[in-house]
Design a binder for this molecule. Structure first.
Ligand code: FAD
Length: 342
């Protein structure tokens, strides 16, 4: 039985684990490691400190299927729709540009439920707070080191974290890259932004008609979502949640500042835009240093193989494009490499 490590419990990592299990069943032992305390990655859903308000999506907001991807990724969409993880997005999103033939979907339980769905199907061993710091090639295996100390051996390693975090790894990874691969990875560019989730008490009812709104002509705020409303999840006894994404220029300008220092600036702008907004009972701020991929790896088939034996392969939205379908493309591509190797 081959021991496979997937680094990253975001959408790409969860899809890789699930597809690999379905393909090779008991012939592989799959572990998924993530440095965070839970799954989701950039599809994270934040819970309030108590259950008096709804959860909020701090990263990805909804899934848009173009007509081409609705066909080529039909099995993924129908699986998520039939299990209730996805539902059509039918509430008002002001400023959302409708593309010909595309369909928008939301997640009643939050975006991380998409990732959790595929992870649960994978029957992989999930290890959170497992921060990978180095990879060393030892004969026919990879020795994978953790920040907390200690290391484990694997036959195959799949890296799905953002590219700059791959390039920060100690050990043999960077040295094994060809000159062309190094140039390709160095050329990947991400946008950066801040996100804030505000959780309100149960008696709060928002006065605005929209579920989400793209903001134009504001240097700080780009997007606001009444998150529970967007997900048709408003229920009595639970307060609504609101999500704010900053613009990319604002994110870049304040990137090196602590999020605690940036949060009041964003809130001040928010209350200028929505003066009637009541006070929340709690707030969570997130800095997305690696938000969406602006420049992906050029001419890339969804993955990059760094070494054939022992296999080391990289995947993720930087190797395709930065959304649900980009992650599916990448995971399918990683799967074909794994199948050929295992
Ligand atoms: C603000 C924002 C809005 C977005 N909006 C949308 C949207 O509306 N629709 C859409 O389809 N997409 C959207 N996206 C893009 C989408 O979220 C990403 O394309 C997708 O989530 C990427 O998944 P991934 O698995 O490739 O990477 P990630 O989700 O980044 O997963 C990588 C994982 O690796 C872990 N990790 C990193 N380094 C290490 C390490 N050294 N050791 C162990 N673990 C590590 C991280 O904790 C993370 O969980 C948005 C993204 C952001 C940030």
């Amino acid at each position: 039985m081959s021991r496979v490590l997937i680094v990253g419990a975001g959408l790409t990592g969860s899809l890789c684990a699930c597809l690999l299990r379905r393909e090779l069943q008991s012939r592989v032992h799959i572990q998924v490691w993530d440095k965070a305390r839970g799954s989701g990655g950039r599809m994270s859903t934040s819970r309030p400190p108590d259950s008096s308000s709804h959860s909020a999506d701090l990263g990805a907001q909804y899934i848009t299927a173009t007509s081409a991807y609705a066909q080529s990724h039909h099995s993924f969409y129908s699986e998520l729709l039939s299990s209730g993880v996805l539902q059509p997005l039918d509430s008002l999103v002001e400023g959302l540009k409708q593309k010909d033939g595309s369909k928008d979907y939301m997640t009643p339980l939050g975006m991380s439920s998409v990732v959790k769905h595929f992870l649960s199907q994978s029957e992989a061993d999930l290890c959170f707070e497992h921060h990978v710091t180095g990879l060393y090639c030892r004969g026919t295996s990879w020795e994978v080191q953790r920040k907390a100390g200690g290391s484990e051996m694997f036959d195959v390693v799949v890296l799905t974290m953002p590219v700059p975090q791959i390039l920060q790894l100690e050990g043999d990874v960077v040295q094994m890259l060809s000159v062309q691969q190094k140039q390709q990875l160095d050329g990947v560019v991400y946008s950066s932004r801040f996100a804030i989730a505000l959780f309100f008490p149960p008696d709060v009812i928002f006065s605005f008609p929209w579920a989400a709104r793209y903001v134009t002509n504001n240097h700080c705020i780009r997007y606001i979502a009444a998150d529970s409303h967007k997900r048709n999840a408003d229920t009595p006894g639970r307060g609504p949640s609101l999500v704010v994404h900053t613009s990319v220029p604002f994110g870049l300008e304040h990137l090196e500042r602590d999020k605690e220092d940036v949060q009041p600036i964003i809130l001040q702008e928010l209350y200028k835009l929505l003066p009637d907004l009541p006070q929340p009972i709690s707030i969570k701020c997130q800095k997305w240093r690696y938000s969406q991929v602006l420049t992906s790896v050029p001419d890339c088939p969804g993955q990059m193989t760094i070494l054939d034996r022992p296999l080391l392969v990289c995947g993720g939205d930087a190797f395709s494009h930065s959304n649900f379908d980009g992650c599916v493309e990448s995971a399918l591509s990683v799967l074909s490499v794994l199948k050929a190797s295992l």
